[in-house]
Ligand binder design. Structure first.
Ligand code: ATP
Length: 477
């Protein structure tokens, strides 16, 4: 399918996502809560498909990666060892006039300035003004704001029980390294993968779900022999790019940002961000970093427990290095939605001769109407097949359609819809990105054939109902 040339606006996408049950504001009936989102019936299927696809390619189809599901709240020492307690902070400024709070680095970037380092802290360039009230020189000096959510474990709110909601899933993997290693009987190189929620008290949650305070990560820690870092880092960047292609984000819609030596953390030897061109700019979906053995060594130091691995081939002990692909489910879901969204002018009445790309702000030509489509790759589409009886008041059509629906839903998430004009029912499925539609009509009763409609071309082919599953299977590839 050719790529659309128009970029979706965030407003148009958010409106569709709400109308069709992908994404709702959290606690909406109480005016919402900034930085938190709920996924509706379609959104939770989309996310589930992303997770399952990642798990399948990262864990199930490999013999060198195993899974883990660690707890969200861990011993506070974990975050001391990882460095999060002391330095997982963003520089924050307040406006003395309007009392709003901003991330100093983002503010500078937006105003074409650079945040200057000043000893251990930062200094705001004089030219930077408050983006809300426009006041110049009324912003406070930047202060470090730790992004971890605090909570209290146990019935008494005292310091001894202070803990944190994890800001990343990765540390759960590092602290279970020895347990997983011993039960899985794997040899280095091998990896541990985890999917789960992470929490960051972001100063400015924004750009819809892109920067949220609660989000989901898919992380892999791939443990390797020291020295093999570059080779495995290159390997994982390529693997991850292949996966993006599979879920409908082709190479040409992504950018790779390669960190310069001066941008890397002191322990890291390489880092590449995979970025997507969102309506609000090119932004990170995933970071792939070669982190040396920083995390395991720190946990060895703070816990006093060995994090060494014994290599039976070379008969030596070492703390493995690690390559970490770390991706966000919510950001990938948003990128997939942006990529899939398109508006087209199609001949009214669903008889297809020509499909035109809609021109923003213009009316369709005579005889055409606007259709909105989410052109998802079938593997991420929330519903794969919709089944319709042509008319709902013909029991023989309804019975046959229900029977087909019951058969197909054993294999794929399906949707049965008998209400309203057939054209309207097709449009509704187009808007949630269902790749296939099956219609039972009067000819079905005569000769057992049904029509199979393709979402993108809107073309229909007639085939025996018995051959449906095979035809859909084939078309999904
Ligand atoms: P950013 O620079 O955008 O804040 P980061 O570099 O801090 O992100 P990492 O710590 O590398 O992010 O986290 C790995 C992945 O987790 C990111 O690539 C992203 O997909 C996801 N992620 C991180 N923070 C958020 C957030 N606030 N909301 C949604 N996803 C997030």
């Amino acid at each position: 399918m050719k790529r659309k040339t128009n970029k979706v606006t965030l407003d148009a996408l958010a409106s569709l996502c709400k109308r069709r049950g992908f994404i709702f504001q959290s606690s909406e009936i109480y005016e919402g809560i900034n930085g938190f989102w709920d996924y509706g019936p379609m959104g939770c299927e989309l996310k589930r498909n992303i997770r399952e696809s990642w798990w399948k390619s990262t864990v199930l189809l490999r013999e060198d990666v195993v899974g883990l599901d660690s707890s969200i709240i861990m011993h506070p020492k974990v975050w001391e060892a990882s460095g999060h307690t002391s330095s997982f902070a963003d520089p924050m400024v307040d406006c003395r006039v309007c009392k709003r709070r901003f991330r100093a680095d983002q503010l500078c970037e937006e105003q074409g300035q650079k945040l200057a380092r000043d000893g251990n802290g930062f200094r705001l360039p004089d030219a930077v003004r408050c983006p809300h009230c426009g006041e110049n020189g009324r912003l406070t000096d930047p202060r470090a704001f730790n992004l971890m959510f605090k909570t209290f474990v146990g019935p008494v709110e005292e310091d001894a029980t202070l803990s944190y909601l994890r800001p990343e899933t990765a540390q759960g993997i590092f602290v279970q390294f020895q347990n997983v290693l011993s039960v899985s009987r794997r040899k280095v190189p091998f990896g541990i993968a985890q999917i789960g929620k992470a929490f960051r008290n972001e100063i400015n949650p924004r750009n819809y779900t892109f920067r949220s305070r609660e989000f989901e990560q898919m992380e892999l820690e791939f443990f390797i022999k020291p020295g093999a870092d570059e080779e495995w880092h290159t390997y994982w960047v390529a693997e991850r790019m292949k996966w993006y292609r599979k879920i409908g984000l082709p190479e040409e819609s992504l950018t790779r940002y390669v960190y310069g030596k001066d941008e890397l953390a002191h322990y890291a030897s390489a880092c590449v961000d995979i970025m997507y061109d969102f309506p609000f700019g090119v932004q990170e979906l995933e970071g792939i970093a070669a982190r040396g053995n920083f995390d395991l060594s720190r946990h060895q130091e703070f816990s006093g427990k060995s994090m060494e691995y014994f290599d039976p081939d070379t008969r030596e002990h070492f703390i493995p290095n690690v390559v970490e692909p770390s991706a966000g489910v919510d950001r990938i879901a948003l990128a997939i939605l942006c990529e899939a969204y398109r508006e087209e002018w199609v001949p009214a009445g669903d008889t297809v001769s020509e499909i035109l790309e809609a021109e923003p702000g213009k009316q369709p030509p005579a005889g055409f109407e606007l259709r909105t489509v989410l052109g998802f790759a079938p593997c991420v589409a929330p519903i794969k097949v919709a089944v319709f009886p042509l008319l709902k008041n013909k029991p023989e059509l309804v019975a046959k359609a229900r029977a087909i629906f019951e058969t197909l839903r054993e294999r794929w998430p399906c949707f049965y819809d008998q209400g309203g004009a057939i054209g309207r029912r097709y449009r509704r499925q187009d808007e949630i990105g269902t790749p296939f539609g099956v219609t039972v009509d009067f000819q079905t009763i005569e000769d057992g054939t049904v029509t199979l409609r393709d979402r993108d071309t809107m073309k229909q082919q007639r085939l025996p109902a018995a051959g449906l599953a095979a035809a859909i299977e084939q078309a999904m590839k």
